[in-house]
Design a protein around this ligand. Sequence first.
Ligand code: F6R
Length: 612
Amino acid sequence: MCGIVGYTGQRQAYPIVLKGLKRLEYRGYDSSGVALLKDKHLKVFKKKGKVAELEESLIGTDIDANIGIGHTRWATHGEPSDRNAHPHTSKSGRIAMIHNGIIENYALIKQDLLKKGYSFTSDTDTEVLLNFIEDIQTNNDCTVEEALRIALKRVTGAYCILLIEQDNPDTIIAARKGSPLVIGIGKGEHFLASDASPIIEYTKEVVYVNDYELAIVKPDELVLKNLGNEKVTPFVTKLDMDLAAIEKGGYDHFMIKEIFEQPSTIFDCLRGRLDVKEGSIKMSGVDDNIEQLLNANRIMIIACGTSWHAGLVAEYIIEELCRIPVEVEYASEFRYRNPIVNKGDVIIAISQSGETADTIVALEKAKENGAFIFGVVNAVGSSIARISNAGAYTHAGPEIGVASTKAFTGQLAVLMMVALNIAKHKKTISQEKYDGLIKELQLVPEKVDAILKNADEIKAIAEKYKDASDFLFLGRGYNFPIALEGALKLKEISYIHAEGYPAAEMKHGPIALVDETLPVVFIATNDAYHEKIVSNMQEIKARKGRIISIITEGDSISKELSEDAFAIPATDEIIAPLLTVIPLQLLSYYVGTAKGIDVDKPRNLAKSVTVE
Ligand code: F6R
């Protein structure tokens, strides 16, 4: 939700800020803008639409400056438009500011400012906050930094803000609560951004700013302070990421690149943890906290969207293998209801970005009640990784396509290893079953590779069904959450209405939708439910539904019932979701691209949902 970039140093700021915005466009792309400061003169440019449109509009404009801030927006307050785009300028025109987050009490502040004679040129909460800061500065005759500190103590909500002011020509002032901020440290220059991707090509030394911290950033100096104006020592970390990981590398879209990366991302996730020869899984987050996990009264899994689907798969696996009760919660529901959380409960938080606002608040709430938080996170150093008491990274690398693909399979692989590890310690799994499952897990990267080699078969299926107005996805057992995931992927990437259901549950309602125009995707691999799902296929066929099925190689029964079938290699049913999801990711990608949709930036979505 909104990407922010800043630069102060000796180089030209605009190209650095613009390139950074392009890298952050996955966070929002309905409008963008930059503010540049040169010789105490502020220049602000903004434009509705993608960053490329801003760039186009600035050809031939004087963009000379060594300090600048930029923003790519995902609208919250006010429609996408030039005037609601950031940066905003204060009433006096002396300060320019960008903001990622939501100021919840902006309406009350706005009323006060209106009474004082302020007027507003946008509908945004950001412009209100900015003028609130300037009003405090004027009334208290203090610095902008001081005014910002006072203002932040009086606002509720989430923010990462960057501001520059005419009278402070080499300084960016930044503050964070709830929305991420990374500062890259160069030689005589600093880079600021929502994540490390705009920074990585200039420096690997970064500081992750914490909530309630202010950063005063000059070319040669970085000062961190808390809201009490006390200095905080910056903790410098080294980025473990390279530039290639955030570029398309010859693919048309990040989404397809990330789908095809899965043999290696899953391999990286298993590497150093799974040892088939030794018959062991080493995960320090689990091993160091094994008592806590073994003695869990229950496990609650908290996540949103695709990560929530990974949680549902984990529920089935953990209950089966570890015999610990598991509940899976939407973070957005958990945070507002009055859930029962006790000491002794283990919370597994699942998040690609590690910055999802609802998940963060839900975890803070659970932590207050004494729960132990185990994070399954992709973005290293992110807020959720830091809130967690322990955890395991998914090691999928930066995921830039808005639809989550490789992070999901990374989550599944981690959760399967966690479950196997706990089950082994708890002795709820036989040695034979454990050995069989870790062998199967080890084979996943090559089986995913084999599936991807047949991607053209899915492409042909996508071409055939791309004009359908609805899709139904059905699965049972471990593959029921994969049906939900298949439907979600198709919705977000192709704008086709799709529903995921447990295959048997479809008789209780959705079967009314079935006619000769409805594509019904069955995930019907060989498992304990196979006969049952074959019966469900018969029921759909009897009503003339168009069956597309994901089946195990050699399954002629399901194939015969289907108009189109895609075969995947055989595996254990517990491991199967890691394979069955791949053709569904491909299906959504090929349907989306066949319909001409910009699949990396589908409408209304943003990668990192940092607002509730
Ligand atoms: C769907 C998708 C979203 C995210 C959800 C949670 O493709 O990407 O549904 O899964 O917004 O995000 P994270 O995992 O970053 O907490």
